[in-house]
Design a protein around this ligand. Sequence first.
Ligand code: ZN
Ligand code: ZN
Length: 395
Amino acid sequence: MKVKVVKLEELELRCSNCGSVIRYSPGDKTAVCPNCGTVNEIHYSDEKLERAWEEKDLLQELHKLSAQQLEREDKQVVKCSACGAEVEFDRPVISAECHYCGSPIVLSPDQIPRPIKPQGIVPFAITKKQAAEQYSQWARKRWFAPNKFRHYARAPRNLTALYMPYWTYDATTITRYRGQRGDYYYVTETYYENGEQKTRERREIRWTPVSGTVRVDFDDVLVPATQNVSYFPDADSFDLGEMKPYDARLLSGFYSEAYTVDLDKGFEIAKNIMDVSIRQEIRRDIGGDEQRINWYETKYSGLTYKHILLPVYHSVYKYKDKEYPFVINGQTGKVYGKYPISFWKILWVILLVLLIALLIYVGAEYNFDFVQFWHDLFGQAMILAPFSDFARIVV
Ligand SMILES: [Zn+2]
Ligand SMILES: [Zn+2]
């Protein structure tokens, strides 16, 4: 693998007042100077905003890419503009922090070691502290998680802010299908019970062959373009309306990576996502009470894509040698994650349910007033008012 020293360019990352390297602040959506505190406002011309939204021709791009002999240079050496150190990265970073002095490092688009550069970026809208609060609130509602996990979640460690690379795909799809439409009808049948003749209704399905064509248009189907994170926020939890053009100032102080899932692989994933909606549309088109799809074929047209970066906080909780990754949407604070389940908590609930069932059974079977029994045993000090009401109704 080749190692290449990337020289940092001037990326408007200097504070307008003192010349220090500024950092993006999600709280107030500006670039703040950590040295003198000057707030450096970020504005965009309409033309620049439009560039973030530009839809690019997918087939043309795939054709162009297949003609190129691409050499992956994931390993990079970047010269830190603050301390001059040569910082080595094993992964294809777009932005990071200097391993030696902690200063933000951001690559310019042509330094990114991939042929397709990110065009848009949805900036972080919540701070790391707010993200941690969202996570602990989410964890508080995981009743069956071990207490140790809920304790950890009060102050999650190693929360990393990361702009994740995504592909978005647009498509017009025309799908021809053949299938069957099932309509319910009822027949009355006679049967005998204890020598007595009775009738009942029985449901039957009448299947009729159908065929047709459906059209579904897709706008911005989001596909993660990285395998670095095993867990992703739901695609529709992002508000792409907040998208800004690719800008070093928005990346400053945050880690971000170039894509590791290629444009064509991403499109295959997008097609699977589209397929779910297409099948739904076929079923709706068939109508009736039940539907069978025997065959269908989709033609895609108007294919375009965008390459964008989306904000995510992520970390991994380790418990008993197992890893439980979680992510927090850096725009909305929505949490997605895995968490351990406590065997003991589940066992206690099962035992409690069994005990209640047993008490109700015993009470009903032997006319045993266990509410009275409870009172006799514990006295008036422990009145289980709602519980005893419930027991009286049931028993
Ligand atoms: Zn300054
Ligand atoms: Zn440095």
